[in-house]
Design a protein around this ligand. Structure first.
Ligand SMILES: Nc1ncnc2c1ncn2[C@@H]1O[C@H](COP(=O)(O)OP(=O)(O)OP(=O)(O)O)[C@@H](O)[C@H]1O
Length: 596
């Protein structure tokens, strides 16, 4: 999977527009009952609106011609009643349809969100977060217009057009033909506009996505930008992206705007033909003044919904690319998911075995990051992974939690292949702490309880005490009720790590993974945390990745990772005696410490 960035347009599979539209409108089928009621009400309102010209025709041709004032009054009273019924029906229809279309939107958004939650690290590695946000927020929002209009406009307008055309044909087929003669011109014109404009809207969506990704990245890294005084460069980049976005919009709109004039011209031409043929060729006397007047109303009743339909079609073409982008994600299969027949892992004892495990990231399948790695860890053992940066330490622990799937070989926990276990039972028993310990906006208590939602108040406090977070929490004005903002702003980096520790502690993991987790804690606190971890996780398997050798000396075994394999393994003393890679690493840090 190629890595995308805010500067590169996303690739998208080509799908048939018809299929996308059908798929989008299929969501409406969940609300058949409501739609049937609406169709029923709509049939009533359309009938009433179609009756109006006939009433006028009758009033002029019969009542006025025969000077029947009573009949005229009766007709007027009937028209008022019909109008009130029309208003009521319209209101009911609009309300029900708005409800249905908004529920459909909710369903699509939830389906998209649920699916994104199941996608593996590979998916998130391959694209900027801002582009995913653009699909969940922006693209779903644009669908809203199409869906609501499809239910409130498309059906009534389509029915009106059909009914009016039938009435016109029945009443006077020659006049009707004259009025409808320009329809084929409209159809051909729309086809040509649509083919060009669809591609342009696709480009526009991609540019919107790029802009979104850039702004998200820029704001997430604002501290780095400001500390490097890089604002002029980011401003320039933003300016370029905004311009590309603007140009892609203008490109699309220039063509899309032709929809309106095309409808107006064909409408005008249709009207002209009606009057020309009616007056000059057939003759008004032959048609009757009432029928002629009714026709002039019908032609407006026919073309007005046609204009709405053209607008709707325009909107559909504008936004169908949003639907394509939403379905593109929904159709993305997760690289990591439960296999058919996957079983829950029972309570983990902690034996971890790698047998000839090789691994390559999917964007570079030929570059083996791990090459035939084998090891066996007994329950309760503490394993430290050391080695140069980029050696593959994090990759090893990511495979245990199945954030990526091993390319070759077998990984077993307590004798069970991790790929045959359900993800939930596996990950809920892993305690993973990394350098980047994301905290959510909310109270400190909520953040700790995130590790196990049913943890009691005592368990939350106990976990905080075990990792020495309790003291600093109690010094805060609101204690455990202190609200922290996104990423834990307002707390020091060390305090954020202590909270993340408490969160992991409360989850009572079967296997603990600490990936550079103590790097931001001062040595004194680190000792306290280590005591807490020792006490709480006694007898539990743990993997510790650390550059600071003081952190790992106490490990039962140390694996020295380099070039995708375990170069040395043994206890601190054993490896020092070996005088190999670990010895050199230790000496270099030791002499550095002495210099300091
Ligand atoms: N998501 C990814 N996609 C592609 N390649 C990756 C990805 N993550 C890591 N790599 C590559 O895999 C190799 C091993 O990375 P890994 O993070 O496992 O190293 P590490 O030993 O943990 O390094 P460090 O000590 O710096 O954290 C590196 O060369 C890195 O470039």
């Amino acid at each position: 999977m190629a890595v995308n960035s805010s500067r590169i347009d996303e690739d998208q599979k080509e799908v048939l527009k018809k299929d996308t539209m059908l798929r989008m409108f299929k969501y409406l089928l969940d609300y058949k009952k409501e739609i049937v009621i609406v169709l029923f009400v709509m049939a009533g309102t359309i009938t009433i609106s179609l009756l109006a010209p006939l009433i006028m025709e009758y009033a002029i041709n019969v009542c006025v011609a025969q000077k029947d004032m009573k009949g005229l009054l009766r007709l007027g009273a009937g028209a008022v009643v019909l109008y009130l019924l029309f208003l009521m029906g319209t209101k009911i229809r609009m309300r029900l349809m708005a409800e249905v279309s908004n529920k459909v939107l909710l369903n699509i958004r939830e389906e998209l969100y649920r699916h994104i939650q199941t996608l593996g690290f590979g998916f998130f590695d391959s694209r900027p977060t801002g582009k995913i946000l653009a699909r969940i927020i922006g693209d779903v929002n644009s669908l809203k217009d199409v869906l609501s209009d499809s239910v409130t406009q498309l059906i009534p307008d389509l029915l009106t057009v059909i009914f009016v055309a039938v009435i016109m044909l029945v009443k006077n087929y020659r006049l009707a033909m004259a009025a409808l003669l320009t329809l084929p011109i409209l159809a051909v014109g729309m086809f040509f506009i649509e083919t060009t404009v669809h591609r342009r809207w696709q480009v526009y969506r991609k540019k919107t996505s790029n802009l979104n990704a850039y702004v998200h990245e820029d704001l997430s890294g604002i501290r780095i930008i400001q500390s490097f005084a890089a604002e002029p460069e980011t401003k320039k980049m933003f300016h370029d992206l905004v311009n590309q976005h603007y140009r892609s919009f203008i490109d699309a709109v220039l063509v899309a705007d032709a929809f309106g004039p095309l409808v107006e011209i064909t409408w005008g031409l249709g009207g002209f033909l009606l009057y020309f043929i009616g007056i000059r060729i057939v003759g008004v006397e032959q048609i009757g003044i009432g029928t002629f007047l009714a026709f002039s109303t019908y032609i407006a009743m026919f073309w007005s919904p046609i204009r709405n339909l053209a607008n709707f079609y325009n909107k559909l073409t504008t936004n169908i690319s949003a639907a394509e982008r939403i379905f593109d994600i929904i159709d993305t299969e997760s690289e990591i998911m439960d296999q058919a027949g996957a079983e829950d892992l029972q309570e983990i004892k902690g034996e971890v075995v790698f047998e000839n495990v090789s691994f390559a990231y999917s964007d570079e399948p030929d570059r083996l990051i791990l090459n035939n790695v084998s090891f066996s860890v007994k329950p309760g053992e503490t394993i430290a992974l050391v080695g140069p940066t980029g050696a593959g330490k994090t990759t090893i622990v990511n495979l245990i939690s199945r954030f990526y799937e091993a390319t070759k070989g077998s990984i077993k926990i307590d004798g069970h292949e991790v790929k045959d276990a359900t993800l939930k039972s596996l990950r809920s028993q892993m305690g993973i702490m990394t350098q980047d310990n994301f905290l959510f906006s909310g109270t400190i208590r909520d953040n700790i309880r995130y590790g196990r939602l049913d943890a009691s108040e005592e368990e939350v406090v106990e976990a905080a005490k075990a990792v020495s977070a309790h003291d600093f929490i109690m010094k805060l004005e609101q204690g455990y009720d202190t609200v922290i903002s996104e990423r834990g702003a307002g707390l020091s980096i060390g305090q954020r790590q202590l909270l993340a520790f408490a969160r992991t502690m409360v989850s009572r993991p079967g296997i603990l993974i600490l990936d550079e987790a103590t790097s931001s804690i001062d040595t004194h606190t680190e000792l306290l945390v280590q005591k807490g971890i020792d006490a709480l996780l006694k007898g539990r398997t743990s993997f510790i990745i650390a550059h600071r050798l003081s952190t790992i000396r106490k490990a039962d075994r140390i694996f020295v990772i380099d070039q995708g394999n375990i170069m040395e393994s043994g206890s601190h003393e054993e490896l020092l005696n070996l005088q190999g890679a670990y010895y050199k690493l230790y000496r270099s840090q030791f002499s550095q410490m002495e210099k300091d």
